[in-house]
Design a protein around this ligand. Sequence first.
Ligand code: FMN
Ligand code: SF4
Length: 455
Amino acid sequence: MWSEPLTINQVTLPNRLVRSSIGGRMAYYDGTVNGAWSNFEKRFAEGGVGAIISATLTIDERRWSPLEYPKISHDRYIGALRRGVRKVQAMGTKYLIQLGDPGYHTQTSLFSQRTDAASASSGFDLLFGYRNWRHPLSTGEIEQVVANFAQAAVRMREIGCDGVEVTASKGYLIHQFLNPGINRRTDRYGGSHGARFQLLAEIVTAIREAVGPDFLFGVRLSARDYNHVPLNLRLPPTLPLRHWWFGNGIEQTIDYGKRLRELGVDFLHISNGFGFINPRENPGDLPVEEVRMFMDSTAHLTGKAAVRAAALRLPKAVVRPLMNLGWGDKGTLNLDDARRFRQEVGLPVIANGGFQRRPDIERALSSGACDVVSMARPLLANPDLPKLFEQGVEAPARPCTFCSRCTIRTTTFPLGCYDRSRFDSDEQMEAQIISWSATLDPITDEPVTSPGAHS
Ligand SMILES: Cc1cc2nc3c(=O)[nH]c(=O)nc-3n(C[C@H](O)[C@H](O)[C@H](O)COP(=O)(O)O)c2cc1C
Ligand code: SF4
């Protein structure tokens, strides 16, 4: 049953529904979370999820994920994060912080900077990242990355959150090292299946040392890389070509899961695909208009970003079918992979992607495919979903359509649902989006601006 509690490494989740990471422009320019952030997170706790996993908080002071997204790369971020986390915990909901480093998948920056192209190896990627060419990190720089993760973990403990999740998915830096189509190194961080795991192994070991054995610690993994979707131009091709075309398959990542268990990781959070966004992680449609908006907003940064934005200005009849290759599948696409991880690795598994209906969630849990289900877009559309399930409702009256407009629009606009078909009017949609971003007084928890104050 979704409503049954679950204890993992001494942390008891009151139920099996988790709010998956939702990143948005909820920080001041320096990366400190703003007053709207805690209000946003609290909304999901009110809705009844058992735990919330934060947006990816970047552990690198210079690499943004992207601009005005929250950071955890310095002690100055601790205080504001702690205040928000306490508000969520006060409602009985557990709060986990997700740590990540985008590496060359950094999509925006104040100015174009070399560090935003840091990766395992050199190469070109049309779709992800804005720099023209990615470059390999030196051994010294890799040591710094490991230290950054460990320091962020210490801050996280100070914040008082209930657990940590490291993102080794999404095409972010760790994933770039794991992916054999991207990692062409021949030192101890590449050249074989085991060596490509080395960076993640060092990060996990350093974090475990920093937080101790009694701290809840999970890793978000992509079961299969599916390098060939979405449509992308990625150079150079690597040999064997299956590495370039597919990346890791499930056999390889299950082996990584087993190694993570040996290193003391407590749970795995299973999604799919390589890069944010991609059709295996975000089942549904690709919002071409929104992609165009985002590409326009970064076009000034590099030649690649300019070309990309110009290509998206070609007639829609050409762009839309091309961009939608590989997209459109809806439903709980990752569930069978989650099941294999649970069976073969033997760690508790969170399944992610496409869950929204209570019967699907019940089936996933009762069939033993996973221990917990996480959701992002369906909760953004209907934050009270767990409460509705409690009342016996199978699916919300106005479900999330998995259009993914929110996923891209919120890199430049406030977080919220942008599918007009779910609302009676533009005004209604706008009011909901703005209410998500209402700033609360840090002492009284009341809205700083009462409704109608400006009318
Ligand atoms: C607006 C938005 C922001 C997201 N930000 C993050 C993020 O910061 N880190 C992350 O790992 N996933 C992020 N995701 C992905 C979700 O956590 C989730 O994996 C994905 O949306 C698929 O789950 P769903 O079908 O329940 O939405 C984001 C998704 C959305 C819609
Ligand atoms: S914009 Fe709304 S309907 Fe579309 S995916 Fe996001 S939450 Fe769902």
